[in-house]
Structures are given as C-alpha cells and as structure tokens.
Design a protein around this ligand. Sequence first.
Ligand SMILES: [Cu+2]
Length: 158
Amino acid sequence: MSCGGKKEDSTASDIDYSTAETSVETNEASTPATNNHIVLKAGDDMRYDKTQFTVKAGEEVTLILMNSGQMSKEAMGHNFILLKPGSDASSFANTAVSAKATDYIPTELKSEIIANTKLLGGGENEQIKFTLTEGSYDFLCSFPGHFATMNGKITAVK
Ligand SMILES: [Cu+2]
C-alpha cells in the first residue's frame, strides 16, 4: 500500500462558497450577454452610435436616447421607434415622411409601435421603458431621410 504518499490538506476549506449561487445559470454556454439598460446616442452625422442590442426577455428595458448633436429638431431631429415583429421598418419610414404634424410618427401606424421617444433636437434626451417577449425587433429614426442610416435591431432572449 504505497500509493498516494503525499496527502495535501487542501480540500473543503478551499472552496469559495460565495460564487456557488451564480453557477445555476451558466449551463447554457452560448447565451449572449444581455443588458437591459441602453444608452443610445444620435448626432449630427445622422447615425445611432450603436445598432444592435441584446436584452433579457420578460424584464423591463430602460432606454435613453440622447441627441448629442448641435442642430435643431427641425433640421436634424432624431427619435427612436421600436416596431412590432412583422412591421416593415422601411415602409413605416416612408409613411412617416408625410407625418410632420405629429413629429413624423404616423397616426395610422401607431398600432405597429411598441415604444417610442418623441422627436429630439440637439442636446435633448428622453428615457423610455418597455418589456419585450423573446424575439427580434426593428427600430428606426423616422425623421425624413434618416432611415437609411438610422435603423437597428433589438434581440430579446430568455
Ligand atoms: Cu434621425
């Protein structure tokens, strides 16, 4: 019986129990990182600073849109409009062009909107909240001419 000549005294006392409870949800290795606190900037370059987000489904999302530009709402206004799945963002934008009276949010398409900010001029910002079920959602700025460079996607995962 000469096996295991050395016995090390480092068993149970070395386990760090403080990390044990977080290991429950690590069994799905490919789950993308989610963040339900979104800060989105839009400037005079007619772009959002980010266009892809992954959020946790079923939990409230807080989104702040900041117009970080200098120009007025009339010249370079930006908004954030989140559409229901199945809505066509491009055709929404086309219809919005003629909705100047309602800050480019067409009344007849309101049923396609999950959440939106108002139209913001340079230096303005607005926070909105919404909760999504699992799926993929398009968003856009509906100011005339902006859709081509100002659109993106939010993916909600479990
Ligand atoms: Cu815009």
